[in-house]
Design a protein around this ligand. Structure first.
Ligand SMILES: Cc1cc2nc3c(=O)[nH]c(=O)nc-3n(C[C@H](O)[C@H](O)[C@H](O)COP(=O)(O)OP(=O)(O)OC[C@H]3O[C@@H](n4cnc5c(N)ncnc54)[C@H](O)[C@@H]3O)c2cc1C
Length: 398
């Protein structure tokens, strides 16, 4: 395994680095990469959209796509470098749902017409997406979802309810799974739709987090008419489309880099005399905790390299359990970092929006938000199940 990058890749890294260094200076004070700030606060959302436009103007949002749809056929390594730099700078402007989830799905499963209609607006940062999958009775067991789509002429008529729909209140479009075959109770009866969020019959209600922020929504669908041409893939084959994230960078490097930055700032704080002259970095317990985090983040980064290396060699199937393992590793590590940071900061860690709040009060917020990381996009238990069945060859247990 060769860890070095080519001179061209190093130049690209500097270019990304320069961009985010300059742009992130203008981030609103509440910015911190948490989805809750991006979607909950108007000034963060506006900043996110402005930065997205600048990234789009450089062609950086769609770099890994084929040229015919506005991409540059960028390699996995180049995308890895972009994600690495973006994560470290807590970068704005990347629509996670449109770019990381939907675009790869469309590239693999959509018709040419659908690709031409939906990919360029994502590349130009004109349209932002949301994911309408989970329901009150279907999360980990997504295949049991009950939202119904019934064919009526050129449309499907959709009725049901979605929940935990992140950023639905900001989104222009959503991608949705709905049941088109009621006889088939599991995944084979589902279809994958693209839904204009302005369609009559859609009601979006906020679901506020414990600490007051607005990321989540519940979305009610009452006789919503979706044109049949907005179905991706074939009827009742939506599950297959939903699993297609294909040849895209799946190493979680941006989150490991984000944690690296958080740790560096925590270490910096521990070096300075605080609270009557205490230098936290002189405390052996604090030092060992920081060292352990540094070891874990370093190991996580190496694991990310391994994933992208495996993917480059064409091991997309192999990379799937590795990606699931990386998700468990990075989200549980994020929790450890936030909990450890809060222990080190003591009661000051609970202070926000005050001159007494260490590190701009970020630990007060992150401490409350980080448990959600283990659930978003599939819980740690479900990810471990994937590692067992796809990676270790163990029989399925569910
Ligand atoms: C921050 C965040 C953002 C989200 N954004 C979106 C979004 O934008 N769109 C969307 O559609 N959804 C979203 N979700 C929902 C997310 O996909 C679900 O929360 C997740 O799939 C778990 O489903 P659930 O909450 O219904 O929990 P459940 O599935 O009810 O799970 C409850 C517990 O049982 C465990 N469990 C369930 N099945 C198994 C099993 N087979 N083996 C072992 N343990 C099991 C789980 O690990 C969990 O601990 C988001 C969630 C969070 C936290």
């Amino acid at each position: 395994m060769d860890f070095s990058f080519t001179p061209e890749e190093e130049a690209l890294r500097r270019e990304f680095d320069d961009f985010f260094k300059v742009e992130m200076v203008n981030a609103p004070p509440q910015w911190g990469t948490s989805m809750e700030a991006i979607f909950g606060l108007d000034e963060c959302w506006e900043f996110h959209k402005r930065t997205a436009k600048k990234l789009a103007a450089k062609g950086w949002l769609s770099r890994p796509w084929p040229r015919e749809y506005g991409g540059q056929d960028a390699s996995l390594v180049e995308q890895f470098i972009f994600n690495d730099v973006m994560g470290y700078h807590r970068g704005a402007g990347v629509d996670h749902w449109g770019l990381a989830l939907l675009a790869p799905t469309l590239l693999v499963s959509a018709s040419d017409e659908q690709k031409r209609e939906h990919l360029p607006p994502i590349a130009r940062a004109e349209v932002f997406w949301t994911q309408l999958w989970s329901e009150p009775g279907a999360g980990s067991d997504l295949a049991s979802l009950t939202t119904r789509a019934v064919r009526d002429g050129d449309d499907y008529v959709v009725n049901g309810q979605k929940i935990w729909t992140s950023g639905a209140h900001r989104a222009d479009w959503g991608f949705m799974l709905a049941r088109t075959n009621p006889e088939e109770r599991r995944s084979r009866g589902l279809s994958f739709f693209l839904l204009d969020m302005k369609t009559p019959g859609i009601t979006i209600n906020p679901v506020l987090s414990l600490e007051g922020s607005h990321l989540f929504n519940e979305v009610f669908l009452d006789d919503v008419r979706v044109p049949a041409r907005n179905m991706v893939g074939e009827e009742n084959q939506g599950w297959i489309a939903s699993q297609m994230t294909s040849n895209f960078e799946r190493s979680m490097i941006q989150l490991f880099s984000f944690l690296q930055r958080e740790l560096e700032e925590l270490i910096e704080f521990c070096r300075e005399p605080v609270w009557g002259g205490t230098v936290l970095a002189e405390d052996p317990l604090v030092r060992h905790r920081l060292a352990q985090l540094a070891i874990d983040i370093g190991a996580g980064r190496a694991f990310s390299y391994q994933i992208v290396w495996t993917q480059m060699k064409g091991g997309l199937i192999v990379a799937a359990p590795l990606a699931a393992a990386a998700k468990v590793l990075v989200t549980e590590l994020a929790q450890r970092l936030m909990y450890t940071g809060n222990q080190i900061l003591g009661l000051y860690g609970q202070v926000k929006e005050s001159r007494w709040a260490p590190l701009k009060g970020s630990y007060e917020k992150e401490y409350q938000l980080c448990p959600g990381l283990n659930m978003a996009g599939g819980t740690s238990e479900v990810m471990r199940n994937l590692v067992c069945s796809l990676g270790l060859g163990l029989p399925r247990s569910w």
